[in-house]
Design a protein. Structure first.
Length: 358
């Protein structure tokens, strides 16, 4: 289970689950204490379902709200705003507060701003949305005039609209260009475009490519896959997701039929992490927590694979052992059966929480 921090345990159930303004659209209602809802909330609230075509289901929403326990007037920082799903549930709970959302995807940041501004105005929340990678979160907070956050959320997954768009090149379910960049804008320092996955495949030496696939994808056949890529890129550049997926399958050989996942899965993960600098950004975020969280501030991080979950787990434990913080989760929280049924992609999500202060 998890440690909820907000409200009194003895409040009357009807008052505890009073209905506040809808953050999702349609006729949905939002319960301000969904983390403590019984199987059937008296308000009929289901945070997993939404009638608004936002292109993404916010993962582990009940658990996130339970850990962060947002209160009126608080400052909440959303390091991965995405399509605004978590934000839409939090804004009604912090009337008079502040909400800063950052996202590396300019399109999603713009969508979330448009979606959330009316809701923030309705509840008297000052909303700031910034197109920026969370590696620079402290800079974004300074620019917004925020000293500290009472609650911080980082959902390290991708929005469904990103994964499902063949033009992004994040998935081999549909053929598209091997781009994989979340932020396609030029580097402000150099003015150059960031390298795509196709660029890495075309330019990296075989050994570096194999090391990348092994390190970021934990792919045991990384050297064989890298060899196949280098041999075939000499004939023609590898530019599409279908080309790469086929090369990975062929590199696996007969083992492809015995594999539990598609032979290209780990290679795609490795390239995506490398292209977007995901692990470096996560390291920057975790190291910044002491200067971001207010005393008593809560942090919630959702990861989707071991390369993300491991540093979160280790950093939270170290902060606790050093006497700086308390973990709110000894083991990660995962999706419950109703969420798994509504959103199968939630099966890999793991949530860990931390409260700053001894």
């Amino acid at each position: 289970g998890f440690t909820g921090l907000g409200g009194e345990q003895t409040e009357d159930l009807a008052q505890q689950h009073r209905v506040v303004a809808d953050g999702f659209g349609g006729n949905q209602t939002t319960c301000p204490r969904p983390a403590r809802c019984p199987a059937r909330c008296p308000n009929g609230y289901n945070p997993l379902m939404t009638t608004e075509p936002v292109g993404h289901h916010p993962v582990l929403l009940r658990q996130v709200l339970g850990l962060l326990a947002p209160q009126p007037g608080e400052t909440v920082v959303d390091a991965t705003l995405g399509r605004g799903g978590h934000a839409a549930a939090v804004l009604p709970l912090i009337p008079g507060g502040r909400y800063l959302g950052t996202d590396a995807d300019a399109d999603n940041a713009a969508f979330a701003r448009s979606r959330l501004e009316p809701l923030a105005a309705q509840h008297g929340v000052t909303l700031t949305v910034v197109h920026q990678n969370f590696a620079g979160l402290r800079t974004a907070m300074d620019a917004a005039g925020l000293d500290h956050a009472d609650a911080l959320l980082a959902d390290l997954g991708f929005a469904s609209n990103q994964v499902d768009d063949p033009g992004r090149g994040l998935s081999f379910q549909g053929d598209g260009p091997l781009d994989m960049r979340l932020d396609a804008s030029p580097d402000p320092a150099t003015g150059r475009d960031a390298p795509t996955a196709a660029d890495l495949l075309q330019t990296l030496p075989e050994r570096e490519l194999a090391d990348l696939i092994y390190r970021f994808g934990e792919e045991r056949l990384s050297r064989r896959i890298a060899r196949w890529i280098v041999e075939h890129r000499g004939d023609a550049p590898i530019r599409t997701t279908a080309q790469l997926a086929d090369l990975c399958r062929r590199a696996y050989g007969p083992a492809a039929h015995r594999a539990k996942i598609h032979p290209a899965t780990r290679t795609f993960q490795a390239l995506r992490i490398a292209v977007n600098g995901e692990l470096d950004a996560l390291d920057s975020l975790l190291r910044a927590l002491p200067g971001v969280l207010a005393p008593g501030g809560r942090a919630a991080v959702i990861s989707f694979h071991s390369l993300e979950d491991r540093p979160v787990k280790q950093t939270f434990l170290r902060y606790q052992q050093d006497g700086h913080a308390q973990r709110l989760t000894r083991k990660p929280l995962t999706a419950e059966p109703d969420e798994l049924a509504a959103n199968p992609r939630s099966r890999s999500a793991k949530l860990r929480g931390l409260r700053w202060g001894p």
